[in-house]
Design a protein around this ligand. Structure first.
Ligand SMILES: Nc1ncnc2c1ncn2[C@@H]1O[C@H](COP(=O)(O)OP(=O)(O)OP(=O)(O)O)[C@@H](O)[C@H]1O
Ligand SMILES: [Mg+2]
Length: 340
């Protein structure tokens, strides 16, 4: 297991001198909110920074992974130059990602803006996100070095093996997972076809604009963070993904809000391409399935209790989201306006 940054004063010092951000003036503190990497707050004699320590499963021996982190931060910086409010990592020469003894770090300027928790998100916030997405899609930015996206799906055997593993480990949701196994396999199948369809129109965007990845400043304006999923994607897929998310697909879905988000996107100049709607929903289900499998794997992680605990909670949440979305999909994908 990699050591937390708090136990690596040498890494902190090295980052400070590499990025010329002063000397540490206070004890490092952990920032909670993300589900993947470890975030820390660093105070120096000059300013405050948020340091993302990449999780252990980040393969830093793979040059494609390193360039992915650098390109996605460059995407954030490019969007800032197009008037989008976003945070990108400090860079040294052309590198945003710093690697010290096989651990990856991204160092960001600290922001006092905060992520809203699910209960505090209002219609006003959701509609702002729709118009930011419309702006980003219309900007149609170009960033050199961006590779084609990889197909993020587990093969059939891996899905079966993970569900079996959950059962062997007596995981809390093993029975429910088994009951849905056939449906998972069919989602994975439709996902592959959907990705091919959506590839016909792609542009660079954020890719993961859920509530955790948006900070709100004192005047309630959104600041976009966590650009790790930035890539070329189909714009209809992205607005539909975020419209379902911001209208409560993971808890209590508000169909009227979903429609208002879509309207706000259109009003801000975004275009919903109806030919892509069905494939967009198939792809969204596939994304949730991928996240479910990732979390099943961590929920039975034998080494890391923190990962196991996050994984177990996420499995419950994602499984119910998949079931809800499957139920809503026929009407949402047809563009019909009356979903109960
Ligand atoms: N620049 C910043 N200033 C202050 N706080 C920040 C900053 N960037 C991120 N945070 C805080 O850290 C949390 C996690 O950040 P982020 O989403 O980038 O991490 P992550 O581990 O990649 O998350 P995810 O689970 O979405 O992959 C955010 O929700 C936010 O509360
Ligand atoms: Mg995040």
């Amino acid at each position: 297991m990699i050591k937390p940054l708090s136990e690596h004063p040498d890494h902190i010092q090295y980052l400070c001198s590499l990025l010329d951000i002063g000397t540490q003036s206070r004890q490092l503190s952990r920032v909670y909110g993300g589900f993947h990497h470890k975030m820390w707050r660093l105070d120096t004699d000059r300013s405050t920074y948020a340091i993302k320590q990449l999780s252990e499963d980040t393969d830093l021996s793979n040059s494609d992974i390193i360039s992915h982190y650098n390109v996605t931060e460059a995407i954030a910086e490019t969007f800032v130059s197009h008037g989008i409010s976003a945070i990108f990592a400090l860079k040294r020469n052309t590198n945003y990602l710093q690697i010290i003894e096989n651990t990856g770090y991204l160092v960001y300027p600290w922001s006092n803006a905060v992520a809203l928790d699910e209960n505090r998100i209002s219609k006003k916030h959701a509609l702002k996100i729709a118009s930011v997405l419309a702006m980003m899609h219309q900007a149609n930015i170009v960033v050199p070095g961006l590779k084609e996206s990889q197909l993020d799906i587990h093969p059939e055997e891996k899905i079966i093996a993970l569900v079996q593993r959950a059962s062997e480990c007596n995981a809390r949701s093993a029975k429910a997972l088994y009951e849905e196994l056939q449906s998972f396999l069919s989602i994975a199948d439709s996902y592959k076809a959907a990705v091919k369809i959506l590839e016909k129109h792609v542009l660079i965007s954020h890719g993961d604009l859920d509530q955790k990845n948006v900070l709100w400043d004192a005047t309630d304006n959104p600041i976009l963070i966590d650009w790790e999923s930035a890539r070329k994607l189909n714009p209809t897929y992205e607005i539909v993904l975020e419209a379902t998310d911001w209208s409560g697909i993971t808890s209590k879905f508000d169909h009227s809000l979903y429609e208002k988000i879509i309207s706000a996107y259109k009003q801000a100049g975004g275009v919903i391409e109806s030919d892509f709607l069905h494939a967009s929903f198939d792809c969204i289900l596939g994304d949730w399935l991928y996240w479910l499998m990732y979390n099943i794997a961590r929920s039975v992680d034998l080494e890391d209790a923190e990962q196991r605990s996050i994984g177990t909670k996420q499995v419950d949440l994602v499984l119910s989201t998949i079931l809800r979305l499957k139920h809503l999909l026929p009407k949402l994908a047809s563009g019909s306006t009356s979903v109960c």
